[in-house]
Design a protein around this ligand. Structure first.
Ligand code: ZN
Length: 111
């Protein structure tokens, strides 16, 4: 999974771009230094927003349920029930980021 992480870390679009493609409204920035945004968690009911989106680190974390990870993980949880292949295809279709799952059946070449 190291390769996959690298692919998404290098090519990853901003939270704003991802939210637009998801059809969601991006929450406003609450902290000008870290560029953090907060929203209500989509995994459980809550009255105050405890899910934070951290732009500087391409990371999200919910202080309510302790779920979190990178942007790829966010989309996989939000849309695809953690199906990584389908998430990779989504990123490929929406942002042109090559899916690391493409041609996985071929033997890996040593470099
Ligand atoms: Zn949560």
């Amino acid at each position: 999974m190291l390769d996959d992480k690298y692919v998404y870390a290098v090519n990853c679009p901003s939270w704003g771009e991802i939210f637009k493609k998801l059809g969601l409204t991006i929450p406003p920035i609450r902290n000008d230094f870290t560029l953090n945004r907060y929203m209500k968690c989509f995994l459980h009911k809550e009255k105050t927003a405890s899910l934070s989106l951290v732009e500087r680190k391409s990371f999200w974390y919910c202080f309510g349920c302790h779920e979190g990870g990178d942007k790829f993980h966010f989309v996989s949880v939000f849309l695809f029930q953690r199906n990584y292949k389908r998430t990779a295809r989504w990123f490929e279709k929406k942002f042109g980021i090559p899916s690391p799952y493409r041609g996985k059946s071929k033997p890996r070449r040593e470099v």
